[in-house]
Design a protein around this ligand. Structure first.
Ligand code: NAD
Length: 368
């Protein structure tokens, strides 16, 4: 053990994991002492929401298929009104971070417990972080009331997650683990989860790309996303997440794809100042993405940032901010935002350094 001084608060998380586990939803509702669940999902997953509602039978208070990215405040208001109108005493949020974010918005104001059924790898179900967007501005905060009371991870519900989204969502998860490994409030138990989360996700993604309907690959990816999400919930994120927040909030770049492009660059920036994190990631990526080593190219085993960039390339994921729609003229303002407020980060965050990082990410160059 290399970390000899730390503190650790465990979040009260309950997890049921396994193919078909969504069938245990009625038991979870009963366990909460609740009787009527409002099912929340995005319009694109209306059919999934209805199917989940059907498993609830008389415990369902209906489906609200209005979840949107970044939880617009008017959607949250409508959802709270609907929950009150139908007499819901809990919510079931089925979907990615958007659906779970809507459940959190209801929990924040009305205290209704949320049962989360995640269908992406974003990890919101493992955190006390909520977000609400009003007039183009996203407010975020932490509140223990928004932590889902129960989380059902059913890999069957991820079989239909398009492969390209699976890859970027998987990188989004890996980003949580990467930053947890060098977080100011890291601890040995979270570092173990982070390393295992990266190993599971990086190992699963090539198999998901080869066959999005492979149940074993889907189970391993979802397992990785749980661990990575738990790391997000337990630690304070640094430069990588600050940059993605600025890029998403200011330029409306797509959430998971932005994480995918920025992660290798943010990690390369921090690697020299975070040797233990680098070692853990090297171990995780050596075993996790073994499939990569079968190619003719010899990859630098001790450079996890480069490994992740290569993995993104192999999996046909985006590697350039320009390709995501960012204009070159946006580099400087985003760099300004990233250095405007101080935060913990292993390497000193300088404006020049961040500008170089963003320029490389914009151009799609290798990291470092
Ligand atoms: P998302 O929830 O917006 O989902 C993206 C799209 O994929 C939606 O149209 C959704 O319906 C669809 N989809 C999801 N699962 C699917 C499946 N299995 N099959 C087919 N389609 C599916 O995207 P996301 O990346 O999961 O979440 C992003 C949002 O979550 C952002 O607003 C982000 O800020 C937030 N987030 C919050 C936290 C937190 O701790 N509060 C953590 C991570 C992400």
């Amino acid at each position: 053990m290399t970390q000899t001084s730390f503190s650790y608060d465990a979040l009260p998380m309950r997890v049921r994991f396994g193919a078909g586990s969504v069938a245990s939803l009625p038991d979870e509702i009963t366990r909460l002492g609740a009787r009527r669940a409002l099912v929340l999902c995005s319009p694109e997953q209306h059919a999934t929401g209805e199917a989940v509602s059907a498993t609830l039978g008389e415990r369902s208070a209906g489906v609200l298929a209005e979840a949107r990215m970044h939880v617009p405040v008017e959607v949250a208001r409508r959802a709270r009104a609907r929950a009150a109108e139908v007499g819901a005493d809990c919510c079931v949020a089925v979907g990615g971070g958007s659906a779970i974010g809507l459940g959190k918005a209801i929990a924040l104001e009305h205290g209704l417990p949320v049962v989360a059924v995640p269908t992406t790898y974003a990890g919101s179900e493992m955190t006390t972080v909520w977000g609400l967007t009003e007039n183009g501005r996203k407010r975020t905060g932490k509140d223990p009331r928004v932590l889902p009371a129960s989380v059902l991870y059913d890999p069957d519900l991820t079989l239909g997650l398009p492969v390209a989204m699976s890859v970027t969502s998987g990188f989004n998860a890996v980003a949580h683990a990467v930053e947890a490994l060098y977080a100011p409030d890291r601890s040995p138990v979270i570092s173990l989860m982070a390393e295992e989360g990266v190993r599971a996700m990086a190992g699963a993604l090539p198999a998901v790309v080869a066959d999005g309907g492979d149940p074993d690959a889907r189970a391993r990816a979802l397992y990785g996303s749980w661990l990575c999400g738990a790391c997000l919930g337990a630690t304070t994120m640094s430069l990588h997440h600050k940059l993605c927040h600025a890029l998403g909030g200011t330029l409306d770049l797509p959430h998971a794809a932005t994480h995918t492009v920025v992660l290798p660059h943010a990690l390369a920036f921090n690697q020299p100042a975070a040797p233990e994190a680098t070692e853990a990631l090297t171990r995780a990526l050596n075993t996790g993405s073994r499939a990569l080593n079968t190619g003719s190219r010899v990859l630098d085993a001790a450079d996890p940032a480069r490994r992740l960039w290569d993995l993104a390339g192999t999996l046909d994921a985006p590697r350039s901010l320009r390709d995501l729609g960012m204009a070159e003229s946006d580099i400087e303002p985003i760099a300004d935002q990233a250095v405007s407020a101080p935060y913990a980060n292993p390497a000193p965050v300088t404006r020049d350094g961040v500008t170089r990082l963003l320029r490389a990410a914009w151009n799609g160059e290798p990291p470092g």
